[in-house]
Design a protein around this ligand. Structure first.
Ligand SMILES: Nc1ncnc2c1ncn2[C@@H]1O[C@H](COP(=O)(O)OP(=O)(O)OP(=O)(O)O)[C@@H](O)[C@H]1O
Ligand SMILES: [Mg+2]
Length: 284
């Protein structure tokens, strides 16, 4: 199997059950979309799952990062590029791409579709209809709305286990270790306030050389009190009314770092696996 994937950056934490479910899902469905709030780990999970597929699963895997595309103009060209197609003929670009994929068993990963949802949906409808062995794994803050699309919701990491492990790993990468038991307790509190959101945890870890973890926990506690939040996410979860407040987590991390701005919105509130029925275009 040929594979064009981005290199992994830093240790990958947790998500074993998600990777297994996703691998199984890719064997059953032709369009799987990972949906979730910004920074929750959709791209990382997609790369991990695609990288762990057995070699016989596909003839080739292609990664198309869409985040830098400002408009639809270059969408087909970018996907063609990811599929190693350089067509200099007068052919229609979608026709050329269709011919390139043909009947090959291709896994196309479309990363960051949220700003071009309608355009991605339009292109995928054509490609999936014309290329019978094409499978698409998309990441997006919202669903694409293609018939037969399977939505896989990506949640934050569990704060007290995988979240803490990620913060600890990233802290170690910047030369910070938990010297005292109190540091570990404070690190766990940071993870709770940041709700296990991977990007927020990485932003927090990057500040640890200048801001000790106990100070960080204290600031986050004060910050949440000033905004009168009812308590750490774990207690809200225990009381049965927890819903991920990842916008809040990113805002906390942003206020601490003072500069980070991130559009965090997930309009797709789905169960982990959801099938959009209506047409078999993307079904197997
Ligand atoms: N399971 C994980 N283990 C280690 N690092 C992770 C994990 N999940 C996410 N990260 C890291 O957290 C950061 C945010 O993850 P990622 O970019 O995958 O989020 P995203 O949901 O794709 O965000 P966006 O909506 O902005 O595209 C990245 O630096 C990524 O490497
Ligand atoms: Mg992403």
């Amino acid at each position: 199997m040929q594979s064009w994937m981005p290199p992994e950056r830093g240790v990958f934490v947790g998500r074993q059950s998600e990777v297994a479910a996703l691998t199984a899902g890719l064997a059953e469905h032709r369009l799987v979309t990972l949906v979730g709030t910004g920074g929750v780990g959709k791209s990382r999970l997609a790369a991990r799952a695609a990288g762990l597929l057995p070699p016989e699963a596909f003839d080739s895997i292609h990664w198309a990062p869409l985040w830098s595309l400002g408009s639809r103009t270059l969408l087909t060209a970018l996907v063609a590029d990811a599929c190693e197609l350089s067509d200099h003929s007068a052919r229609d670009p979608v026709d050329a791409l269709t011919a390139r994929i043909g009947t090959r068993r291709v896994l196309l990963v479309l990363d960051s579709c949220e700003h071009l949802v309608a355009e991605c949906a339009e292109l995928l409808e054509v490609l999936l209809a014309r290329c019978p062995s094409l499978v698409v794994l998309a990441t997006s803050r919202e669903q694409l709305g293609v018939a037969g699309e399977c939505l896989f919701r990506v949640d934050p990491l569990a704060p007290d286990t995988d979240g803490l492990e990620l913060l600890t790993e990233r802290a170690r990468a910047v030369g910070v270790r938990w010297e005292q038991p109190e540091d570990r307790v404070a690190a766990a509190e940071v993870c709770h306030w940041l709700e296990g959101l991977p990007l927020a945890l990485e932003l927090a870890a990057a500040q640890l050389p200048d801001r000790p973890v106990r100070t960080m926990a204290r600031l986050l506690r004060a910050d949440s009190r000033s905004r009168r939040r009812p308590g750490p996410p774990s207690s809200r979860r225990a009381s049965g009314c927890f819903a991920p407040q990842s916008d809040g987590a990113m805002n906390c991390a942003s206020r601490m770092s003072g500069s980070f701005g991130h559009g965090c919105r997930c309009s797709a509130r789905t169960r982990p696996w959801t099938r959009s029925y209506g047409c078999a275009a993307a079904g197997r």
